[in-house]
Design a protein around this ligand. Structure first.
Ligand SMILES: Cc1cc2nc3c(=O)[nH]c(=O)nc-3n(C[C@H](O)[C@H](O)[C@H](O)COP(=O)(O)OP(=O)(O)OC[C@H]3O[C@@H](n4cnc5c(N)ncnc54)[C@H](O)[C@@H]3O)c2cc1C
Length: 350
């Protein structure tokens, strides 16, 4: 089977590893000149770890990642509840910068004999009942299947002429990756609800390194508690789109990851959803069961978009009354073990 994967992000690399470990080495191209150094996604769910276990990538991640010990919510600087994690396999959440996850995936792909072709852009495709031809890096080649894992601005999706319906959020969010030697609760994922529906999040990245994200232009200025920042490794701004493609498959071309869906970082699902798309797609290609790919993954994508938007809207509520109610409900949930476990399951793996 002759398969092309466009995009060497976490989605494309997972598809590559999952195909290669079953004996099909795909061609993987990326228009970048080399591996990304961006630390975008941090949270890795247990479900992704399960997918990445047979290839050994989960072991690599586990050896380097922070295992979050809990999720804490605050109104302003005041902590209202902390939900402990790690009491069973559904309540684990790992933190690792995305470039390290990609590094481990690329290393596993190389172990199976695969190679990533950088500086090789996808430039277009044509397909009919018998042939599928792709223009890439100034040349043309034929493939049996093509996987478009080329991110939110997917050229493969554009070549298929597919709509990407949804909306863009108006505000600009900010991000800072920082070093802080004495940050409180250094293994806890912490959310701070700020006035006027704003939000700030601190996620552990590794020992004494943290990701701060806010729905305001300056993530560090938005943090309502003091943080002793000794170094800012990276800071920037990003906007959020909430969109899902209308078809995950056209002929023998398939979309996966951000090429098929994008949403806010609320709930930290984006990369995990792409990893799950990729594993499902690779399994179906190997098993010759590709027909159900769109139905299965479109439904899962719609579920995650709705979960992530529901969470974002809840934490960004501007109503003081809703915030007061949310604070009481969270305290109640945190105090009652079965409710607490259900909430953790919903947040971490639901
Ligand atoms: C600030 C921030 C925080 C986030 N936090 C989390 C989190 O905690 N948890 C989580 O699960 N997700 C998170 N996400 C989302 C996550 O980063 C994305 O969902 C993830 O990167 C998607 O992976 P992908 O492989 O589908 O696409 P990408 O990572 O975008 O990779 C696409 C690849 O395709 C390549 N490409 C594009 N066009 C072409 C072309 N024409 N030819 C060849 N190659 C091409 C690109 O160079 C790129 O390497 C976050 C995102 C942001 C911005």
């Amino acid at each position: 089977m002759n398969i092309l994967i466009v995009g060497a992000g976490p989605t494309g690399l997972t598809a590559a590893v999952e195909l290669a470990r079953r004996g099909v080495i795909p061609r993987v191209i990326d228009k970048r000149s080399g591996p990304s150094e961006l630390s975008r996604a941090v949270g890795i769910q247990q479900r992704s770890m399960d997918i990445l276990t047979p290839s050994g990538v989960a072991d690599d991640i586990r050896a380097e990642a922070v295992r979050f010990d809990g999720i804490a919510f605050h109104i302003g600087a005041r902590r209202i509840a902390k939900f402990a994690l790690n009491y069973d396999e559904t309540s684990r959440l790992y933190g690792l910068p995305q470039d390290r996850t990609e590094h481990f995936l690329a290393r596993a792909f190389a172990r199976y004999g695969g190679k990533i072709e950088y500086d090789t852009p996808f430039e277009g495709l044509t397909q009919d009942d018998t042939t599928l031809r792709v223009r890439l890096g100034g040349t043309e080649a034929a493939f049996d299947h093509v996987i478009g894992a080329d991110g939110a601005h997917s050229d493969v999706r554009a070549a298929l002429g597919l709509d990407f319906p949804g909306f863009d959020l108006p505000e600009e969010w900010s991000i800072a990756d920082v070093e802080s030697p004495d940050w409180r609760d250094p293994e806890t994922f912490q959310g701070f609800l700020l006035p006027h529906g704003d939000i700030c999040i601190v996620a552990p990245l590794e020992q004494a390194r943290f990701r701060v994200i806010a729905s305001q232009p300056d993530a560090l200025a938005a943090l309502p508690v003091p943080m002793n920042v000794t170094r800012i490794r990276r800071s920037g701004a990003f906007t959020i789109s909430v969109r899902q493609v209308t078809a995950y498959a056209v002929g023998r071309v398939y979309l996966a990851g951000d090429a098929a869906h994008c949403h806010s970082p609320a709930g930290g699902r984006g990369m995990n959803l792409g990893i799950a798309d990729a594993a499902d797609l690779a399994g179906r290609l190997i098993d010759g069961d590709i027909g159900g790919y769109h139905a299965a993954r479109h439904a899962e994508g719609a579920h995650v978009l709705s979960f992530s938007e529901g969470l974002r809207k809840a934490v960004q509520s501007k109503s003081p009354l809703r915030r007061a109610v949310m604070s009481r409900v969270m305290k109640l949930i945190a105090a009652v073990p079965p409710l607490r476990r259900a909430a953790v399951r919903y947040f971490v793996s639901g």
